[in-house]
Design a protein around this ligand. Structure first.
Ligand code: PLP
Length: 380
């Protein structure tokens, strides 16, 4: 294959070499972590060391980390209806589909609340909604992501948790995209539950975690053995969890490099605007993850851009979803009220720990050629 330039870290990050090495060693730990013999204890101790590293990434206690099969299961576990009392679930309109599904909450007891045109949750509306249901004796369960996967917009989780707690409720935050990109602290966020996924931070696919605050609990989705303190049954994915631990440790160290990542992202956006002055940077006016650029080229099709860039060796994502043969704007951009002609030309470029200047230069070179070809008059 020709030289590739990978700029799709929000889809998945490459496996870090240190993670691969640690996982290869962990595959040799053949004991069942629940066994009492030495082989079992070796596997158990590898898991517990990883648990501490994952907990440290979000300022939690290791016993409050529940390993899952990924971010999707972590969200499902968090959204497994709480027992006792009547709960009403509130979800921001820009959540990942695994949250928007509502988990075990019934459709009639689930409400979505809007975001501003900049893609930030509208907490005034949430507060009003909570008041309404509070009067009816409902307890609110609110899920608000720490940062959006498409635009990178950072959400006001700490403010939301205050409102939710005042109303006697619980707050879950999907921190799958924010982890390792901005500093996260369970206590500062006031989160009762937080979801993580290993593969977005250089760990393996198929491993994630729900992290609980000291007072929170979950209803298990998978019942059976007593693993994960009876909160998630099934023999643990030892090598995957070990890889997650190493990735979490490296991600925490890499927070110090966030400014360098955002400088590269800013250069990319500046370069794109120089090529096509009508390029729109979505959520560009609000606090964003340092690695994410959601840029729209009006009057072009995102799919054409993604394919054209891929042919030139550059990997990015489109901000639109293709359903039943019809290309529709993503639910995130629709929720922000982005006009169709802009949303349809939105691509997501996401950077990470291995991104170099050359990746940005090659993106801009390919982008320039494509835009000139697709829109000769504007680019001239
Ligand atoms: N939540 C967010 C915000 C995501 O971006 C993703 C993955 O794209 C997920 C959850 C799902 O995580 P996983 O791929 O580990 O199931």
């Amino acid at each position: 294959m020709n030289q590739r330039f990978y700029l799709d870290y929000n889809a998945t990050a490459p496996l870090r070499p240190e993670v691969r090495e640690a996982m290869a060693a962990a595959l040799a730990l053949h004991g069942n972590p629940s066994s009492v013999h030495a082989e079992g204890r070796a596997a158990r101790s590898a898991i517990e060391a990883a648990r501490e590293k994952v907990a440290a990434l979000v300022g939690a206690r290791s016993e409050d980390v529940i390993f899952t099969s990924g971010g999707t299961e972590a969200n499902a576990l968090a959204l497994a209806a709480q027992s006792g009392g009547a709960w009403h679930c509130y979800l921001s309109s820009v959540e990942h589909p695994s949250v928007l599904s509502g988990g075990r909450f019934y459709r009639e007891t689930t409400t979505t609340f809007p975001v501003t045109p900049d893609g930030v949750a509208d907490l005034q509306i949430l507060a009003k909604e909570l008041e309404k249901h509070h009067l009816g004796g409902w307890r609110p369960f609110v899920s608000l992501m720490a940062a959006n996967n498409e635009t990178g917009a950072i959400q006001p989780v700490a403010e939301a948790s205050k409102i939710v707690h005042e109303a006697g409720g619980l707050l879950h935050t999907d921190a799958v995209q924010a982890a390792g990109r901005i500093k996260l602290d369970m206590t500062a966020l006031g989160a009762d539950m937080l979801s993580l996924s290993a593969h977005k931070i250089g760990g393996p696919k198929g491993v994630g975690a729900v992290v609980l605050s000291e007072s929170a609990s979950v209803e298990p989705l998978i019942k059976g053995g007593g693993q994960e303190r009876r909160r998630r049954a099934g023999t643990e994915n030892v090598a995957g969890i070990v890889g997650f631990g190493v990735a979490a440790e490296l991600a925490a160290d890499d927070l110090a490099k966030a400014a360098a990542v955002s400088a590269l992202r800013d250069e990319l956006e500046k370069g794109a605007r120089a090529i096509a002055p009508d390029v729109v940077v979505l959520s560009g006016r609000v606090a964003r993850l340092p690695n994410t650029a959601c840029i729209a080229v009006p009057r072009t099709k995102a799919e054409t851009l993604v394919i054209g860039l891929d042919l030139a060796g550059v990997a990015v994502s489109s901000g639109s979803a293709c359903s039943s043969g019809k290309v529709e704007a993503s639910h995130v951009l629709s929720a922000m009220g982005v006009a169709d002609e802009i949303a349809q030309g939105a691509i997501r470029v996401s950077l990470g720990f291995a991104t170099k200047r050359a990746d940005i230069d090659n993106f801009l070179k390919a982008f320039n050629e494509l835009v000139k070809r697709l829109r000769p008059r504007v680019a001239a």
